[in-house]
Design a binder for this molecule. Structure first.
Ligand code: NAD
Length: 409
């Protein structure tokens, strides 16, 4: 029999990695499910619903983890919590693996097997486990809804007896999962939408959503997508051409949603101060990349910055602002990952350590970091430059990611 434990998240994190729906399925698979009292409160999942699903409610985080074979969290938990886990047990979470490599190594030394869901290989078998997609999709939606709420004008065109209200112009920069949902949401609200990306595959997707694609479509653009489907860091020459195009376009836009990311790298800077200054007062920018250093020059993590009447919104954890859906999708992602680890007949833990998805997400085991990329970051962060700057932090905006106040990380 396997035991699954779910402690509470920090007060700043409204999401939770277990819902009554997934608890019920895990219990059906033969698992004992322990959840800390009120852990689902911010996502509106009550202790009674978890109990009805067959889970046991426990009084403390320690009670939730100390006998568990698998511990599920949303964010990287505190060292104390990982130390309270049973020797050799597994922690499955969004560990934010590109940040604070040393902190990860400290957790690794406890001997727990650490899994970062963000590192899930993007192959079709793993689509139901893709936490980046499930959360980015909601964030893209929320970015547009937040922008619309902050905007002092309407989004759709309205023909009234008193005259016509013009449609707002929305520009989406970066058309991955979040960007595509931002386009779809802005279109549903009646805005005139344009979008840009460096990957050619984005062009057709943008058109299929009824938006107009604008980009520098040169030879480099044709090669910008990696085998994994992500964007490459573009050359300085491309960046210059892209900046000229964006500068010309952005001054006519009312709302700009930026979502551009390059895995493991700082977010590309796409909106300069001069571009922001060219926008009309009352315009809104939502920078979804702010946790990775931001796409907009003036964006500040967790803040709304006003510059010449343009508001630049750098809210963190946008998917967490829709916690019911975000928790439901995240918990299903976790369930899909765990299910094959439970032996159907005996209900015992049966991890296939050679499985591509297990190997892809495993960060640490038996006290050691086993993910090469993170191991290299640990070494880099220990190599101080002459002026005392942390090399990893210098090379990676992600390392500067602000930790929300009171976070357990
Ligand atoms: P992401 O979050 O890494 O980046 C967001 C977007 O920013 C990407 O579209 C990227 O091309 C773009 N970008 C990067 N640098 C840019 C720049 N300088 N200028 C403009 N745009 C820039 O991306 P994502 O949302 O994770 O999606 C990446 C790809 O993976 C997409 O093609 C998506 O459809 C694909 N995907 C595949 C699966 C799967 O299971 N096969 C699942 C989800 C997403």
């Amino acid at each position: 029999m396997i035991t699954i434990g779910v402690p509470a998240e920090s007060p700043e994190e409204p999401r939770i990695g277990l819902t009554p729906e997934t608890a019920k399925k895990l219990v059906k698979l033969g698992a004992t499910v322990l959840i800390r009292s009120d852990a689902g409160f911010s996502s509106h999942f009550s202790d009674d619903e978890y109990k009805a699903a067959g889970a046991e409610i426990v009084a403390t985080d320690e009670d939730a983890v100390k006998s568990a074979d698998i511990v599920l969290t949303v964010r990287r938990p505190s060292l104390a919590l990982v130390q309270a886990m049973k020797q050799g047990s597994m922690l499955i979470a969004m560990l934010d693996p590109y940040s604070d490599a040393n902190g990860l190594q400290t957790l690794a030394k406890t001997g727990a097997s650490l899994f970062a869901m963000e590192l899930m290989p993007r192959i079709s078998r793993a689509q139901s486990m893709d936490v980046l997609s499930s959360q980015a999709n909601l964030a893209g939606y929320k970015a547009v809804v937040d922008a619309a709420a902050e905007f002092d004008r309407a989004l759709p065109m309205m023909m009234t007896a008193a005259g016509t209200v013009p449609a707002a112009r929305v520009f989406v920069m970066g058309v991955g999962v979040a960007g595509l949902q931002a386009i779809a949401t802005a279109r549903r609200l009646g805005a005139i939408v344009t979008a840009t990306d460096v990957r050619p595959a984005a062009k057709e997707q943008v058109a299929s959503l009824g938006a107009k694609f604008i980009a520098v479509e040169d030879e480099e653009f044709k090669q910008a997508e990696t085998a994994a489907g992500y964007a490459k860091e573009m050359s300085d020459e491309y960046k210059k051409k892209q900046a000229a195009l964006v500068a010309d376009h952005v001054k006519t836009q009312d709302i700009v949603i930026t979502t551009a990311l390059i895995p493991g790298r700082p977010a590309p800077k796409l909106l300069s101060k001069a571009m922001i200054e060219s926008m009309r007062p009352g315009s809104i920018i939502v920078d979804l990349a702010v946790e990775r250093g931001g796409n907009a020059e003036l964006a500040k993590a967790g803040e709304v910055v006003e510059h010449n009447g343009v508001r630049i919104m750098g809210k963190l954890n946008l998917s967490g602002a829709i916690p019911v859906n975000a928790s439901s999708l995240y918990a299903r992602n976790l369930l899909a990952f765990i299910e094959p680890m439970i032996d159907k007949k005996s209900g015992a833990l049966a991890v296939n350590w050679n499985d591509e998805l297990v190997r892809g997400t495993l960060v640490a085991r038996d006290g050691m970091i086993v993910n090469t990329m993170i191991a290299e970051r640990v070494v880099a962060s220990k190599t101080k430059t002459r002026n005392g700057t942390d090399v990893a932090a210098k090379n990676d905006g992600a390392a500067k990611r602000p930790v929300p106040k009171g976070s357990k990380a």
